[in-house]
Design a protein around this ligand. Structure first.
Ligand SMILES: [Zn+2]
Length: 383
C-alpha cells in the first residue's frame, strides 16, 4: 500500500534539497546532493543503487528492484534538477502543505512525480509481491537543459518500457511536440549608402524571408493538424545584421524555432526552409540565403495499444475509478530520448501549477493518486 505520510515526508525532503541546473543558471549547485539522498533512500528500501556521474557534480541515481525470472522490465524516469529559485514569491526550499498543495521550487516540475515513483516502488517492496521483471527507478539530472541524464540512462538501461512521471494531471500523455532551431543567413552586398545600384540590402532580404515564413506558417502549418497536439508552428527568436547607418548591410542572421509534430524531422524542416528561400528568390533574383537546422529534438508519440500505455490506463481505471484520458503535451520531454532508444514510453504524473514560475506547487492528492496508479501499473506490466 502506498503510504501518504511517507510520500509527503519524501516530497518535502526532496524540495528542501536545492538542485538547480548549473547549465541553466550559472552557479547552480547541480544534482549531486539530491542524487546521493535519493540513492541512500532507495538503498534503505532494498534496491541496488548505482550513480552515473555524467559530468562533474551531475549525477543520476538509479535504483533497481530485481525481478525473479526475467519478465518484462519497466523504467520509471523523473528528473531531479530544477530551474533557478531567483524571483520566487514563496520560500523555494521550505515546503509548506496548505489546502492540499505542497509549495516549493520543483514541487510540480517535478519532485512530486519523483517522490510518487519512489513511493510506488516502496509500496511494491512492502507488499511482498515478487515481480517477474526488473523495475528501474531512474532519477536523472539535467532535463531542464540538455538531458545528459536520460541520455546516459538510455545508453545502459534498455528496459521493455518506461513511464516518465512529469506532471500530466493524472492523464495519460501519449504525444508531445519536438523542435528544431534554425539559423538563416541572408547575404547582401556592402556598399556606400549613396550607391543603391551597388548595394544589396541583407536586412531587407531578411524581411522578405520573414514575411514569406509568416505566410507559410499561417497557410501551410496552420492547415496541418495533429489530433492531440494541434498545428506545428514557427517563430523568429533572434536577429542581427548591419554595420552602420551609411552602409548597405552585407549580412543578416535570423534564428528561428520551429515546433514540430510527429511526422516532421530535421530533414522536413530543411526542405521547408529551402522552399521558402526559393519562393523569395523567384520574386527577387538578388536574394541570397542559406538555412542551417543546427539543433533538433524529435517529437514523440506512442500508440495507445502499446502494453505500457494499456497497463497505465488499466491502472487509472482500477485506482481512480474513471477511464483514462489521453492527452498530448506541448513542451519537449525526456520521453523522446527513451522512445528514440527503442523503449516504448508513456508520461503520467501529478497535477499542480507554476513550473518555472514565481509560485510553484503540486497538488498533493494527485501525487498520492500518481503513486497508486504507478503501483498498479508496475504490477500489471512487470508482475
Ligand atoms: Zn520537467
Amino acid at each position: 500500500m502506498v503510504s501518504e505520510k511517507r510520500l509527503l515526508e519524501l516530497l518535502k525532503d526532496l524540495i528542501r534539497i536545492r538542485s538547480v541546473n548549473p547549465d541553466l543558471v550559472p552557479g547552480g549547485n547541480g544534482e549531486e546532493e539530491i542524487a546521493r539522498f535519493i540513492g541512500t533512500y532507495m538503498e534503505s528500501m532494498g534496491l541496488s543503487v548505482r550513480y552515473q556521474e555524467v559530468a562533474p557534480g551531475r549525477l543520476n541515481a538509479i535504483g533497481v528492484l530485481k525481478g525473479i525470472d526475467g519478465g518484462r522490465s519497466l523504467m520509471l524516469n523523473g528528473h531531479i534538477d530544477t530551474v533557478g529559485v531567483e524571483g520566487m514569491s514563496i520560500d523555494p526550499l521550505d515546503p509548506v502543505l496548505r489546502d492540499d498543495r505542497v509549495y516549493g521550487r520543483g514541487s510540480f516540475d517535478m519532485k512530486g512525480g519523483v517522490a510518487a515513483m519512489i513511493e510506488a516502488v516502496n509500496a511494491v517492496v512492502d507488499s511482498g509481491i515478487s515481480l517477474k521483471g526488473d523495475v528501474v527507478v531512474a532519477c536523472v539530472c539535467d532535463e531542464e537543459y540538455a538531458s545528459m541524464g536520460t541520455e546516459a540512462v538510455a545508453r545502459e538501461y534498455v528496459t521493455d518500457a518506461a513511464i516518465v512521471t512529469e506532471p500530466t494531471a493524472c492523464r495519460v500523455c501519449v504525444a508531445h511536440k519536438g523542435f528544431a532551431w534554425v539559423k538563416v543567413e541572408v547575404t547582401g552586398k556592402a556598399a556606400h549608402g549613396s550607391l543603391p545600384s551597388e548595394g544589396v540590402d541583407a536586412i531587407v532580404g531578411a524581411g522578405k524571408f520573414l514575411s514569406r515564413l509568416d505566410l507559410y506558417a499561417r497557410e501551410t502549418l496552420a492547415a496541418k493538424e495533429h489530433p492531440l497536439l494541434g498545428s506545428p508552428s514557427v517563430h523568429a527568436s533572434l536577429i542581427e545584421g548591419g554595420s552602420n547607418l551609411s552602409t548597405y548591410p552585407s549580412r543578416c542572421i535570423v534564428q528561428l524555432e520551429r515546433r514540430t509534430v510527429p511526422g516532421e524531422s530535421k530533414e522536413t524542416v530543411e526542405k521547408e526552409m529551402e522552399i521558402i528561400i526559393q519562393a523569395v528568390r523567384e520574386k527577387d533574383p538578388k536574394f541570397q540565403a542559406s538555412a542551417d537546422v543546427f539543433f533538433t529534438r524529435p517529437p514523440f508519440e506512442v500508440p495507445v495499444e502499446e502494453p505500457v500505455v494499456r497497463a497505465v490506463s488499466e491502472a487509472v481505471g482500477e485506482t481512480l475509478g474513471r477511464e483514462a484520458e489521453y492527452i498530448g503535451s506541448h513542451p519537449w520531454l525526456d520521453s523522446a530520448i527513451l522512445s528514440g532508444a527503442g523503449i516504448p514510453t508513456v508520461i503520467f504524473g501529478p497535477d499542480g501549477y507554476g513550473a518555472h514560475g514565481a509560485v510553484e506547487y503540486v497538488d498533493f492528492p494527485s501525487v498520492v493518486d500518481t503513486a497508486r496508479v504507478l503501483f498498479s501499473a508496475i504490477s500489471r506490466f512487470a508482475g
